[in-house]
Design a binder for this molecule. Structure first.
Ligand code: LP5
Ligand code: MN
Length: 272
């Protein structure tokens, strides 16, 4: 199905060769050492089994500025070192999410990675795929879209980044707490992507496959009425839960096939 949409508009195209691994929503930070351990193991496997790695946003639980790297906390030093080791052998791409939208070129350069724009077309052996973190399509979550609108303002970011790191951390902690409180009162539907927004984005870019994270609802989703369009949704990672549940996984692209791999579940593989 190469001509489902009429007019291709390919911007931000990234041509990739070899086996690609994509993960998102790692939410790494000082409070989840087991997730960090699993991620470091994943990076080690990726180094041997993949040729390209893309981290699709919310790599960090709350990114308060690239200047953290001048005196990194031990957990961050470990992550950066592991990313750099991977990037010395293979291309590494980082995308921003809603918790690490302040990730910048300085950090990307620090780990020898390339920072991606919020939407990118992956030109892969399996075909063209639109990739994004996913939050921008949650258009029914008005409360979140308002938050997003403001925190993406360059003047507000500049103001925030001019504050001392300790104050930035306190603001980030309170934003995280506010987010967690607020989510208790929102329905799953409101926090999901809006199908019409996905269809419009795929149409604008003339693709019929999308990979995103953010919703923490990993699956290969069809969009009723727009069957050629499919959303491949990445899982979030969590290995520190007190209930002992361990979540995580990634999407691989090899040859003509995409596979969704989730810890403890069967792989789901399809061609586009
Ligand atoms: O992230 P998650 O899964 O919990 O929920 C998201 C939406 N929430 C967010 C907020 C982030 O988690 C907070 C990230 C902190 C980053 C560092 C702070 C930098 C501040 C920089 C200022 C320039 O994205 C949540 C969605 C959910 O996904 C599902 O889609 O519903 O949306 C909200 O909860 C919106 C709320 O309105 C957020 C309110 C936070 C309170 C604001 C406090 C102070 C902010 C100060 C700004 C200067
Ligand atoms: Mn997210």
């Amino acid at each position: 199905m190469t001509s489902f949409w009429k007019k291709p508009r390919l911007s931000n195209k990234l041509t990739l060769t070899g086996k690609i691994w994509i993960a998102a929503d790692l939410h790494l930070g000082p409070d989840n050492p087991d997730t960090l351990r699993d991620f470091l193991q994943f990076l080690h496997s990726a180094q041997h089994q993949a040729q390209v790695l893309i981290l699709g946003g919310d790599i960090f639980n709350a990114w308060i500025g690239d200047d953290q790297i001048s005196r990194p906390a031990p957990w961050l030093a470990q992550v950066s070192e592991a990313l750099r080791t991977f990037a010395q052998q293979h291309p590494l791409y980082l995308m921003r999410g809603n918790r690490d939208f302040l990730l910048g070129d300085t950090y990307a350069r620090h780990v020898h990675a390339t920072l991606l724009p919020d939407q990118v077309i992956l030109d892969t052996s399996a075909g063209l795929i639109l990739m994004s973190h996913g939050d921008e399509y949650c258009l029914d979550d008005l409360d979140y879209q308002r938050f997003r609108y403001w925190v993406r303002k360059p003047w507000l970011q500049k103001l925030y980044l001019a504050c001392p790191l300790s104050l930035r951390q306190r603001i980030a902690d309170s934003a995280r707490a506010g987010s967690q409180r607020g989510k208790q009162y929102k329905s799953k539907e409101i926090m999901d992507v809006q199908p019409a927004a996905i269809v419009a984005a795929c149409e604008a870019h003339a693709v019929h496959a999308m990979v995103h994270g953010h919703t923490h609802r990993p699956a290969v989703h069809d969009i009723p009425g727009f069957e050629p369009v499919r959303r491949w949704v990445l899982p979030d990672w969590e290995s520190d839960s007190s209930e002992g549940e361990r979540r995580g996984g990634y999407i691989s692209i090899e040859g003509a096939r995409l596979c969704l791999h989730q810890w403890g579940k069967d792989d789901q593989c399809q061609t586009l």
